[in-house]
Design a protein around this ligand. Structure first.
Ligand code: ATP
Ligand code: MG
Length: 302
């Protein structure tokens, strides 16, 4: 079995390899969904152990984030169906204090949502200071599913002069600005694209059909969307190109191997929290005196 140090080096390499912080010239075709970086099957047992360690580490960092109550972290998860969004979120967040995390899943918009600008419903769900916010699908759907299906855009009730040819380029610019703004307000934004291959998606759909325990996960609309695979890939590529920056990077994480996917996601989150250099708030002189008084009161009790 490879040494722990060696595995850590390989994980650091993996984060770097899958991180996109300059979108210009980005090509999805350069990213292999089946990749496990420099880690072969011989690394898997160690990687699974490190994942558990990473989850605990994340919990400790989150505790400090919460206590400090200054910054927040927004984790955006985007993927084709069956790429493993739900399982990854469940796994990665398994150790953290539920009070410090807000998970929001974005589905088809409501009538009320459609009566507002496209960012409205996402804006309302941003994490409070001290919290980790998880967007299970996000404002990126506005340049993905909405781009692939023109009818969805038509339903957004925009006035005709706003339905410009370049509407999606404009939306991408708005999203990039929105993320700049959040960064300047103390929210770190990380975006994960769980990159599953078309073949692996088919295998997982078949599994959902074959196994009664997984039948509930199957939806025939997922198979319909699969028909638009190329359009989605092009839309994702454009989105990543327009919005990957050093302060709000994309992680294009290979998703065909779940153990690798989860490890990379946890490692990337831990790294971002580590970079925040979080510490528990220090208690000042006056507060220390208060604490001493409180202690004296408690000690006097019979
Ligand atoms: P799962 O299938 O694992 O439960 P999911 O995220 O795929 O998770 P679904 O209820 O299956 O959830 O699908 C939600 C659907 O809503 C997706 O097809 C998605 O593209 C669509 N959706 C999300 N945001 C928008 C939007 N702004 N406009 C139109 N459709 C959207
Ligand atoms: Mg679905």
């Amino acid at each position: 079995m490879p040494s722990r140090k060696e595995t850590i080096k390989r994980i650091e390499h993996a984060i770097r390899q899958h991180r996109v912080d300059h979108g210009k010239g980005f090509r999805l075709g350069d990213h292999d969904p089946a990749s496990t970086g420099r880690m072969g099957n011989e690394h898997k047992p160690e990687a699974v152990q490190m994942l558990a360690g990473g989850v605990e580490w994340l919990a400790r960092e989150q505790d400090k984030l919460y206590a400090q109550d200054r910054r927040s972290l927004l984790l955006v998860f985007q993927a084709m169906d069956a790429a493993g969004k739900d399982g990854t979120i469940k796994h990665v967040m398994s150790g953290v204090n539920p009070q410090g995390v807000q998970v929001v899943s974005f589905k088809q918009p409501s009538a009320l949502d459609l009566d507002h600008d496209f960012m409205w419903r996402y804006w309302r769900e941003l994490p409070e200071r001290g919290r980790i916010g998880i967007f299970n699908r996000s404002y990126y759907e506005e340049v993905l599913v909405v781009r692939v299906h023109r009818a969805i855009l038509e339903a957004q009730k925009l006035p005709p002069e706003c339905m410009r040819q370049k509407i999606f380029e404009e939306r991408l610019a708005d999203i990039a600005h929105f993320e700049d703004y959040l960064t300047r307000q103390g929210t770190k934004v990380l975006k994960f694209f769980l990159n599953v291959s078309r073949e692996e998606q088919k295998r997982r759909f078949m599994e959902r059909l074959d196994e009664p325990g997984k039948n509930w996960k199957f939806s025939s609309s997922d198979v319909r969307e699969r028909g638009y695979w190329k359009d989605y890939q092009a839309a994702y590529e454009d989105a990543i190109r327009a919005t990957a920056t050093p302060h709000a990077p994309w992680y294009v994480v290979p998703a065909d191997n779940k153990w690798y996917l989860r490890l990379v996601v946890v490692a990337a989150i831990v790294q971002a929290l580590e970079e925040m250099d979080l510490t528990y708030p220090r208690v000042g002189k006056v507060q220390k005196q208060e604490l001493a008084k409180a202690r004296a009161l408690l000690e006097k009790e019979i």
